[in-house]
Ligand binder design. Structure first.
Ligand code: ME8
Length: 525
């Protein structure tokens, strides 16, 4: 059976801001999924990029006294740089100021207009520039000084906007959206968020203003260039642009659309789970298969914000703790979907507990025993006796069974659970090594010693292959230490383990070196 293609997207980030840990987190989650699916033999399209139009960016550029395009160029480069330095494996990086995108959005606009889904009117209502969102008066909250604020928790003030505007007939889509959610129970995740969206839509939808006339920085509305498109209609369409829209007959479009997953933060779920499927259904395009809204990171208990001066730069963390350590921590620490608090001591504990004492220690012990007792070569198992029940049990637990569990978990974006399963396999290998005491077998039963060490090496090989999506560098170094060839590192080489012994006895191994050093808790020291 040919493996299904897989298309995963991050939000495209606003260029008025510098990249911080929140952006790094969303893209990291997508990167782990993309790597997992590729290793599992699927053809992957992993997209990230920047959202460059809109009033917020225009204002930020005005404040700096530079053009919006200059600001976009400068800050988009920061996000691209982050992607490179975090080792993200994105297949494309889209910018909404690119011609391919402008063509796509204008095409979508024409389709919606021709289908009678867009009409010209006048907008009079509240707008939050920070959120680039319209709000009904009933949704607003009063700030301490009596100012009206958006209900998004960002403390953003709203302003009254009155201008000619095109509208999208969102109100007409209420029932069809509810039917769509019903027919696609996995469209919105996690489940608690799904209920939120359903109750918002059930409460009734107003037509949505989709063009603005009071500023210029946007995609011009075809045939009415006094209007620029609402930045969310523009931005959401990036997911189509990147797979070749408007050429819906292209091989890329047919392969990857509908997207398997739009990964977003919970702040922008409404745009992705209400407006986006409505635009698509209205244009006769199939909506994506799933939108996952993950939780919010705080810093040592505080909201992360530029004004509080506590923005966490992901690159500083990486310098301090190591890239794979940061990747592991972010995906393991918090049940994916929940909010999380970043704390240095939690980071140190997690890395030391799971990586240094867990996988790292298991590998170091095993490889050192092999180095000392088997002349630094892959041990030659006693073929007659290899398949003792606990040998087989360990190989399955660290190999095919772990792969099957991780597949299920990652199909549902349960990174924390997948990594718990991996650590349970490591713990099982620890129990095996203690029970079999390979160090004591050298004199009494060297053939059994070779089998035990071979079994452990096989267990580590499988775990390292499966750890690649989360910790690509460290996993590669572990596989190097087992002399696993580059072309034998995909998941197929874990699945087949039931039939084959994959490591070739007698293969020389490099001198073992620790892969996960212990971190010092600076807070404690
Ligand atoms: O909303 N914790 O862009 P944006 C976790 N351009 N995730 C966080 C976070 C935090 N503290 N802070 C930010 C936009 N994020 C639009 C998107 S998509 C068509 C257009 C992440 O730059 C999270 O993924 O404000 C959130 O949804 C996103 O950054 C918002 O990025």
């Amino acid at each position: 059976m040919a493996a299904e293609p897989y298309y995963v997207t991050t939000p495209i980030y606003y260029v008025n801001d510098v990249p911080h840990i929140g952006h790094a987190y969303t893209t990291l989650a997508c990167d782990a999924l993309a790597r997992f699916m590729r290793l599992d033999g699927r053809r992957v399209m992993f997209l990230t990029g920047t959202d460059e139009h809109g009033q917020k960016v225009e204002k930020a550029a005005d404040d700096l006294g530079i053009s919006a395009q200059d600001l976009a160029d400068r800050n988009s480069a920061n996000f691209r740089d982050l992607a490179a330095r975090m080792g993200y494996s994105n297949d494309d990086f889209i910018r909404t100021t690119e011609p391919r995108h402008i063509e796509a959005v204008q095409h979508l606009w024409r389709v919606l207009l021709e289908r009678g889904e867009i009409y010209l009117g006048t907008y009079a209502g509240w707008y939050s520039v920070r959120d680039e969102a319209f709000f009904a008066e009933s949704e607003l909250i009063k700030g301490a000084d009596g100012k009206l604020l958006a209900p998004t928790g960002t403390g953003a003030e709203v302003e009254w906007v009155e201008e000619p505007s095109y509208f999208f007939r969102l109100s007409a889509w209420q029932d069809r959206l509810l039917e769509f959610y019903d027919a696609h129970p996995d469209f919105i995740a996690p489940h608690s968020r799904r209920n939120e969206v359903v109750s918002f839509v059930s409460g009734g939808l107003h037509d949505l203003s989709v063009s603005r006339t009071s500023f210029k920085w946007g995609v011009p509305v075809p045939n009415d260039p006094g209007h620029v498109m609402y930045v969310w209609l523009d931005a959401l369409t990036n997911y189509l642009t990147a797979v070749g829209y408007p050429d819906t007959d292209s091989e890329t479009f047919r392969t990857f659309w509908p997207a398997d997953l739009h990964m977003v933060g919970k702040d922008i779920l409404r745009f992705h789970a209400v407006y986006w499927p409505a635009f698509l259904l209205a244009a006769g395009i199939e909506p994506p298969k799933r939108v996952f809204a993950h939780g919010w990171w705080t810093n040592e208990g505080e909201k992360i914000s530029k004004s509080l001066g506590n923005v966490i730069d992901p690159l500083t963390l990486v310098e301090e703790y190591g890239l794979d350590q940061v990747r592991y921590f972010l995906l393991r620490e918090v049940p994916f979907g929940n909010d999380g608090d970043f704390s240095r001591s939690a980071m140190v504990q997690r890395v030391n507990g799971d990586l240094a004492n867990g996988i790292g220690n298991l590998a170091q012990r095993t490889l050192t025993l092999i180095h000392r007792n088997c002349e630094g070569r892959v041990p030659d198992p006693d073929k007659g006796k290899i398949d003792g029940p606990d040998d087989i049990d360990l190989r399955l637990a660290c190999g095919p069974s772990l792969l099957a569990k991780m597949r299920q978990d990652l199909e549902q974006q349960r990174f924390d659970i997948a990594l718990q399963e991996m650590m349970a396999a490591v713990a099982k290998a620890d129990v095996y090594i203690t029970a079999n005491e390979p160090w004591a077998l050298k004199k009494t039963d060297p053939a059994r010693m070779a089998t035990v060490l071979y079994t452990l090496a096989e267990a580590i090989r499988s775990i390292a292959i499966l750890a690649q999506p989360i910790m690509p560098d460290a996993a590669a170094r572990l596989l190097d230490q087992l002399s696993v060839p580059e072309d034998a590192r995909s998941f197929a080489h874990v699945e087949d383990q039931e039939i084959h012994w994959s490591l070739t006895p007698g293969t020389p191994l490099p001198k073992p070196e620790g892969v996960f050093p212990r971190l010092e808790d600076k807070a404690e020291a």
